[in-house]
Design a protein around this ligand. Structure first.
Ligand code: ADP
Ligand code: ZN
Length: 734
């Protein structure tokens, strides 16, 4: 394995600091083994009577006297973690106030690290001719001839050639194919950088040229690539990928939604003649292990993945693309709280690489960074080809004649009917999973709630169950009200996508409808398949949650109807306006991607609300400017920094008492000029039986916030059942 030339090995017997991969948050000193070891090497070291796995993090601390220093027991057969990666993990841990081992665990989530490389049987072209040539045999041999760099397993070769394994075994017997041993984890297919992409438009060419220069520079730079849905952002950043790979470096494309990867991988394969490596939670242990190793050794040149792919140990990461960079799923909200978008920028600044943040509706922070020149900015002004942006209209619900328990206005229904007649697709968007958000007893007024959370139970009629969207608790739908005992009085209140599906089926009995909601599909794969079938025309009316807003391409879709455009406006959340704006624009961007012009309709009771007005005027720059000004006036991010403090415990009194105590001893925070708000019960004051109290800390951008928070928290003793979470740059205030 190639080690980094710029890092000196530790000499035999030299003192090294080893970071244990377990819970211990400090370096332990050992002696380098008899052949020395590389910085970043995975090792086994003795700790008391046990052997534990750790990483040689750097020079020793000097805490253990020379005489008591024990040697490293064994160096594991895994590529060492390079210096830039260790620096990244250290700085990410400091930024998010995460213990270093917890951060390192994100980067070592590959099974089999301690086992070393296993071997497996692979198949290559043999020296002899096949006796009798059949179609099947010819196909198998052709695959081997076309991919001399690959070592196929029996299954892979059979699959790729479309033949049975017996055919290949037969060729082995004849000597036309040979069976050999190869390391189990093989490189991914080499991408053909000069395979044909589309011919770019002049705007796209300019943008691609700028990004290519960014790749050639081999220095840190971030570009906001802004363009409406369908303007060709993907085509453009794939050119940056190609240039990065030409430079011999690796590229990573982050996508927000696992369901998006299918269509994306197909495009990569079209552009580069071979598939990219995929990284997400749905992959097998075997694939994980392979990709982890191949990222480290350079056997994977382009990785496409979910946010956690940012923690792969790339040998030389030259480019990170964060597609749909505004998407909230880049923020990990449990375990280690980090924002993959921000961490991508941190990693790139250390690795001297390029970041491309792509979006039609960037988050305000990114927009602001481009405004002040911290990021470069490229704009793709138009949709490609004949496709024009949809016209966006408000449907003023105050004027619509609509029956109780119905949500599709006559105006929207007429527009859908027109699409049905023209055999075009319509999308009805409602960001509410399940049948109805509230179930109410008509006899006593009781609302069904979760026993563990301060949250309502949501009816999921498809599953015939009630479900808590906070903790996942499910119950069968009761017949009698649990409060007053009245039978047959429980009634749904408000719409969910399933209920909307019923309404649409009643309105358009002959139309084919499909409800797209993540909980209606058993696996990511079945969801992916459903999306592809719909794109191919399997449904006339698509009813969906925010899942459908995220970049799927439905070429025949010409109408996007938003059932409740006001839904996001009610929140007291700092980003409520921004999110509504982004979501509405993304949804309306679904319409009219191909030659047929599109139309978007927003059902609203507040057509004069500034956010609705900005969407209708299609004035995105105006919206961001106004929003930035409002944030500046309020001293809110990006003009300041926030940290959310969440305390939780099963004991309501204990958690509030502790929060009050913390709010009374804020000297370390005062010293940096920070403000502290709260404590107050969290908006969802109980989740999974734990009571939650929040504080909010606000500081100047330049103030050493993390350091002050650490000092502040260190003053208190926390009972073992009380949990303290510090959320830097919080997205959620629930
Ligand atoms: P975005 O990422 O901005 O939504 P895409 O890159 O997905 O846009 O492009 C939208 C559609 O237009 C895709 O099907 C893409 O293949 C096609 N497309 C983009 N640029 C061109 C071009 N220059 N010539 C032909 N088709 C293009
Ligand atoms: Zn619950």
């Amino acid at each position: 394995m190639a080690e980094q030339a710029y890092e000196d090995r530790f000499a035999p017997g030299e003192r090294v600091g080893v970071l244990p991969l377990g819970a211990l948050d400090r370096l332990l000193d050992y002696k380098a083994p008899k052949d020395g070891c590389a910085p970043g090497a995975f090792v086994e070291v003795p700790l008391g009577p046990r052997q534990i796995v750790g990483i040689v993090w750097g020079p020793g601390t000097g805490e253990v006297p020379e005489a008591r220093l024990r040697p490293v027991s064994r160096i594991l057969d895994a590529p060492p973690l390079r210096a830039p990666m260790r620096e990244f993990l250290g700085r990410a841990a400091d930024y998010t106030l995460t213990p270093l081992p917890a951060m390192v665990r994100l980067a070592t989530r590959a099974p089999g690290l301690t086992e070393g490389q296993a071997m497996r049987h692979v198949y290559r072209l043999g020296p002899r001719e096949a006796g009798r040539m059949t179609d099947a045999r010819a196909r198998a041999l052709a695959v081997l001839r076309d991919h001399p760099e690959m070592s196929f397993t029996l299954g892979e070769l059979a699959n790729m050639a479309g033949v049975g394994t017996a055919v290949i075994k037969g060729l082995v017997t004849q000597g036309a194919v040979v069976e050999t041993e190869a390391p189990r984890d093989q490189p991914y297919p080499v991408l053909d950088l000069d395979a044909h992409g589309v011919s770019l438009t002049p705007d796209q060419m300019l943008a691609a040229a700028a990004l290519r220069i960014g790749a050639e520079a081999r220095s840190y730079n971030t570009t906001l690539l802004k363009g409406v849905t369908g303007s060709g952002k993907t085509e453009v950043y794939l050119e940056a990928v190609a240039e990065t790979l030409r430079q011999g470096r690796q590229a990573l494309v982050l996508l927000p939604e696992i369901a998006l990867t299918g269509a994306f991988l197909a495009r990569v394969e079209k552009r580069f003649g071979a598939p990219a490596a995929e990284w997400h939670s749905g992959m097998t242990q075997t694939e994980r292990r392979r990709l982890w190793r191949m990222a480290a050794t350079g056997g994977a040149s382009l990785v496409v993945g979910a946010r956690s792919a940012l923690f792969l140990p790339f040998r030389d990461l030259g480019l990170v693309v964060v597609d749909e960079e505004h998407d909230t799923s880049y923020k990990q909200e449990d375990g280690v709280l980090y924002n993959a978008r921000d961490m991508a920028v941190l990693r790139a600044s250390i690795e001297k690489s390029q970041v491309i943040l792509a979006s039609a509706t960037p988050c305000l922070e990114s927009w602001h960074n481009a405004e002040i020149g911290k990021y470069a900015r490229l704009t793709l002004p138009a949709r490609v080809g004949l496709a024009v942006l949809p016209t966006i209209k408000a449907v003023d619900m105050r004027l619509e004649d609509i029956a109780r328990g119905n949500w599709v206005s006559p105006t929207l229904a007429n527009a859908v009917a027109a699409r049905l007649e023209r055999q075009e697709q319509s999308l009805l968007f409602l960001n509410r999973r399940g049948y109805a958000p509230v179930t109410l007893c008509r006899s006593c007024g009781h609302q069904l709630g979760c026993p563990h959370c301060d949250a309502r139970l949501v009816e999921h009629r498809f599953m015939r169950r009630l479900m808590c969207h906070q903790c996942g608790e499910t119950q069968p739908m009761p017949i009698a009200c649990p409060d007053c005992g009245a039978e047959g009085k429980l009634a749904p209140v408000g719409p969910g996508v399933e209920r909307l599906g019923e309404e649409v089926a009643a309105l358009f009995p002959t139309a084919r409808t499909a409800v797209l909601s993540s909980d209606l599909y058993g696996s990511a794969k079945s969801l992916k398949d459903a999306i592809e079938q719909i794109a191919d025309g399997a449904a006339d009316i698509v009813i969906g949650t925010q899942l459908v807003a995220k970049g799927h391409n439905f070429p025949n879709l010409t109408l996007a109807g938003v059932i409740d455009a006001d839904l996001g406006l009610y929140g007291s959340d700092l980003r409520a306006a921004e999110r509504t704006f982004a979501l509405m624009r993304q949804v309306s961007g679904r319409a009219g991607r191909a030659e047929a012009p599109g139309e978007a309709m927003l059902q609203t009771y507040q057509p004069h609300h500034p956010v609705i007005q900005a969407i209708l005027r299609d004035d995105d720059e105006g919206f961001w400017r106004a929003e930035a000004e409002a944030r500046r006036m309020a001293g809110m991010p990006p003009f300041s920094r926030l940290a959310g403090i969440i305390l939780s415990s099963e004991d309501a009194q204990e958690v509030m008492d502790k929060a009050v105590e913390m709010s009374r001893h804020i000297e370390p925070l005062r010293r940096i000029g920070a403000e502290v708000w709260g404590p107050a019960p969290a908006p969802i004051a109980r989740v999974r039986g734990r009571h939650r109290v929040r504080l909010l800390v606000k500081a100047d951008r330049a103030a050493p916030l993390q350091d002050a928070l650490a000092r502040w928290a260190a003053q208190f003793r926390f009972p073992s059942d009380l949990r303290l979470t510090i959320d830097i740059d919080p997205q959620s205030f629930m």
